[in-house]
Ligand binder design. Structure first.
Ligand SMILES: C[S@@+](CC[C@H](N)C(=O)[O-])C[C@H]1O[C@@H](n2cnc3c(N)ncnc32)[C@H](O)[C@@H]1O
Length: 246
């Protein structure tokens, strides 16, 4: 059985049951744990006819491949993978798109945190290259705290081509790069935009960087050369939110 079929953690399981109950096949809860936070999940599972079983901590740890399951884990049918066509369909029905591009983020904790930021900021979709990026793993879902089940994640085969298609639809792409001369806080992030973030080790790839309409940096006061990608994503997205609400 593929690891990807499992979702664990209270918020992730709750979001899955709320948004895609038809995907959930079975649920396990930690035996002997009288946790009030699990009761609503057990009730929801019963409502959708999902079988709920008790399991030992070791069995849950083994199934999750992690001890971070908070006493609940479900096996679910994999989510439909969204591609370029789905992205274009989203653009056609979205008045002022607000998108996030992650150019090769490989750490599941970072992708999870970026999805959580994206959901909180009201991003319409997150775009990642299909290769050399982490996908929607159970750890991503757990860290995203429910956002992985609601924020559309588009996995595209050729990121530069997708960026061109976005631009043809009127989307302005701002790449976040520490060395950029232009300050993020002076960039105009109000219209249809996509913010592109680089990978943990190498940042934005050359072609991605060249495909951006502009580059912007978050001013850094101290001695470190860059921020963690999920922190930088949060700063960029919420600067856009501030401008878009103003
Ligand atoms: C850990 S950083 C990558 C550092 C990498 N060594 C580099 O050369 O870019 C991951 C991503 O977070 C974003 N980032 C981090 N610090 C930033 C800053 N001060 N300004 C703008 N973007 C930043 C960029 O998109 C970067 O590619």
């Amino acid at each position: 059985m593929k690891k990807q079929d499992f979702t664990f953690g209270i918020h992730a399981v709750e979001a899955l049951l709320k948004n895609s109950p038809e995907r959930v096949i079975e649920m396990w809860v930690l035996q002997g744990r009288d946790d009030q936070r699990l009761m609503p999940l057990i009730a929801m599972a019963a409502e959708y006819g999902v079988s709920v079983q008790q399991a030992s901590r070791k069995a849950l740890d083994d199934k999750a491949g992690s001890s971070q399951h908070q006493g609940v884990l479900v096996r679910a049918k994999p989510a439909k993978q969204l591609n370029d066509n789905d992205l274009l369909a989203l653009l056609d029905k979205t008045e002022t798109p607000f998108l996030l591009i992650l150019d090769g983020v490989t750490d599941p904790h970072n992708l999870g945190a970026c999805l959580r930021n994206a959901d909180a900021a009201g991003v319409h979709g997150v775009i990642v290259p299909r290769d050399n990026s982490v996908g929607l793993t159970p750890t991503v879902s757990k860290v995203a705290c429910g956002a992985a089940e609601v924020v559309p994640l588009f996995q595209v085969t050729n990121l530069a081509r997708t960026m061109k298609a976005l631009q043809e639809k009127g989307v302005w792409i701002v790449g976040a790069a520490g060395e950029a001369e232009h300050d993020l806080y002076k960039a105009d992030l109000k219209g249809p935009i996509a913010i592109a973030m680089g990978a943990e080790d190498k940042g934005l790839r050359r072609l991605t960087r060249e495909s951006c309409d502009s580059l912007a940096s978050i001013p850094m006061a101290g001695s470190v050369s860059s921020l963690n990608v999920s922190v930088a994503t949060g700063i960029c997205l919420f600067e856009a939110v501030r401008q878009r609400l103003g």
